[in-house]
Structure formats: structure tokens, C-alpha cells
Design a protein around this ligand. Structure first.
Ligand code: ADP
Ligand code: TZP
Ligand code: MG
Length: 263
């Protein structure tokens, strides 16, 4: 695991272009900023080629799309492929809403994503594995999450992150797991969206090794959440969110190495 990629983000300040959802856009922008990247959001299709041109990675969030936004997402995905920019997608709630699953699959048939980041309910849906997803949340299921992540990665020919208490990262053949984290992430809407865009920042400095980038992003983000939770005496979602932003900025590679648990 190349935890030092965190220092490379801080040294090079990569531009991460996002199509975000209106619920979590501020968290996503500040999350990228705090960790050392440079966020930019877009809502206008006519600026797509130029926007992708100035970016070092692109993250597409399907959290609250409308028909015009789907066209914009499609243009952005195609432009990222054409300009060889790393492309991450967050398929929010595709496990709960069949229309979302169809839309996500239609989009991914028209461009090639490098990384998909979703919770178990979302990744199970993309892998066509039975799972009881609940809205934007993972929900419950009893299938093996490692096999689900592998299957989704094989189907979409990309790296898949299935996040949760354990994050599972697969390229369809190899598997890595990150055991760090805190349940407090679940009390803050936007934790997953922040992670997806931070994955974009790690991809931007990864020299094309998106499996490595995805693992490292998961380890860094989950560990920083855990560091924050370890300093708190009670479950305070508001305080957690504020301190998470602080620690995304302050935590060092050494801080993360001390608590990192992965295989
Ligand atoms: N029960 C948990 N224990 C520890 N960490 C968790 C838990 N649930 C989620 N996380 C962490 O929360 C972050 C967001 O992931 P997740 O909650 O799966 O996304 P989403 O918000 O899209 O459902 C990830 O870093 C993940 O490791
Ligand atoms: C509540 C909600 N509704 C549509 S998108 C969204 C935010 C999802 O954020 P996350 O998946 O990061 O919890
Ligand atoms: Mg999510």
C-alpha cells in the first residue's frame, strides 16, 4: 500500500472535476480541498471538454441526477476517456431504485470507468447478486462481499471498491481489504461521496495504477475517520463531520501507518 500517495496529493494539488449531487456537494468539495486536492464542480454541458482538459481526474456522482444531468454525465465520461483522464463513478442507490441501475449501466456501456465506488447494496446490484439495499445505504445481505466486489469488477472491467465496515477493493482478480473505519461515517450523509471524490484525487497521482490508488484512498479515508472517532467520547455526528475535515488536512502518513489494518 503506497500511503505516500497522500503526500503526492499534497505536493501536486491535483484538480478533481466532479459532477456532484446537490445534497453533499459542499462536503465533497471541502473533502478534496482538505486532503490536498483542488476541487471543481460542473453543471454546464458546454464546458465539458475544457473542464476535463484542466482536470487530473474526474468523479461522476449519480446521487440526484435529472435528464439533463445524465446527458452531462455521459459527455463528461466520454471526454474523460478521450482525454485519458482517470474516471471514477459513484452509483448512488442503484441497489434500491431499478431506474438508477438501468441508467448507471447505460452510462457505463458508453464510457469506460476506471473505478466504481459504492456500498454493498450498490455493488451487489451491479454484480447482479441478491441483496436487500436500503435507499442510499448498504442495507443487508448474506452473500460474500469479496465475491460481490470481484464479480462487479469483472462485469465492468474496472477496479471496484465495495465500502463498509470492511472496504473490499478488487480489479476482478486481486483483492485487498481495509479494516479501518468507524460506524460514525454512517451518521454523516456524504461520507461515501467524499470517499469517491478522494479516490479521484488518489487516481490523479497514481501513474495509472488505479487498484493501488483505490486501496490507498480507502485506507487513508477510513483511518482518518477512525483517528477522529478515537478522540471522541460520545457519538456526535456534527462534531465528527467537522473534525473529519480537520484531520483530512492534518493527518500525516505516519499517523495513518500507526493504525493501518489491511491485507
Ligand atoms: N460500520 C462501519 N464501520 C467502519 N467504517 C465504516 C462503516 N460503514 C462505513 N464505513 C466507512 O465509511 C466510509 C463511507 O462508506 P459507506 O458508508 O459504505 O458509503 P455510502 O455513504 O455511500 O453508503 C468508508 O470509508 C467506509 O470504510
Ligand atoms: C441523501 C441523498 N439523496 C440522494 S444523494 C444523497 C447523498 C448520498 O451520500 P452518501 O452516499 O455519501 O451517503
Ligand atoms: Mg453513497
Amino acid at each position: 500500500m503506497k500511503i505516500d500517495l497522500l503526500n503526492q496529493i499534497r505536493a501536486t494539488n491535483p484538480v478533481v472535476l466532479n459532477i456532484s449531487n446537490f445534497v453533499t456537494v459542499q462536503d465533497v468539495a471541502n473533502g478534496i480541498n482538505a486532503i490536498g486536492g483542488s476541487p471543481i464542480m460542473s453543471e454546464e454541458i458546454r464546458e465539458t471538454d475544457e473542464m476535463v482538459g484542466i482536470s487530473n481526474a474526474v468523479t461522476l456522482n449519480l446521487g440526484a441526477f435529472s435528464k439533463p444531468q445524465v446527458a452531462h454525465i455521459l459527455a463528461m465520461g466520454k471526454a474523460a476517456n478521450a482525454q485519458h483522464k482517470p474516471l471514477v463513478i459513484d452509483p448512488v442507490a442503484v441497489g434500491a431504485i431499478s431506474f438508477r441501475k438501468k441508467t448507471a449501466l447505460d452510462l457505463m456501456n458508453q464510457f469506460q470507468v476506471d473505478v466504481i465506488r459504492g456500498n454493498a447494496g450498490e455493488i451487489a446490484a451491479l454484480a447482479d447478486v441478491a441483496w436487500d439495499a436500503k435507499g442510499i445505504d448498504a442495507g443487508s445481505g448474506n452473500q460474500d462481499v469479496v465475491e460481490i466486489a470481484k464479480k462487479a469488477a469483472q462485469k465492468q472491467n474496472c477496479v471496484v471498491i465495495l465500502s463498509g465496515a470492511t472496504d473490499v477493493i478488487s480489479d476482478g482478480e486481486h483483492v485487498a481489504r481495509v479494516f479501518n473505519g468507524t460506524p460514525l461515517f454512517q451518521l454523516h450523509v456524504g461520507s461515501g461521496d467524499m470517499l469517491s471524490s478522494i479516490v479521484g484525487a488518489f487516481c490523479a497521482v497514481s501513474d495509472g495504477d488505479y487498484f493501488e490508488a483505490a486501496q490507498t484512498a480507502c485506507l487513508v479515508f477510513a483511518s482518518i475517520g477512525q483517528l477522529v472517532a478515537d478522540q471522541m467520547k460520545a457519538e456526535r455526528p456534527g462534531t465528527f463531520a467537522v473534525r473529519l475535515m480537520d484531520e483530512l488536512h492534518l493527518a500525516t502518513v505516519a499517523d495513518i501507518e500507526k493504525i493501518a489494518q489491511f491485507d
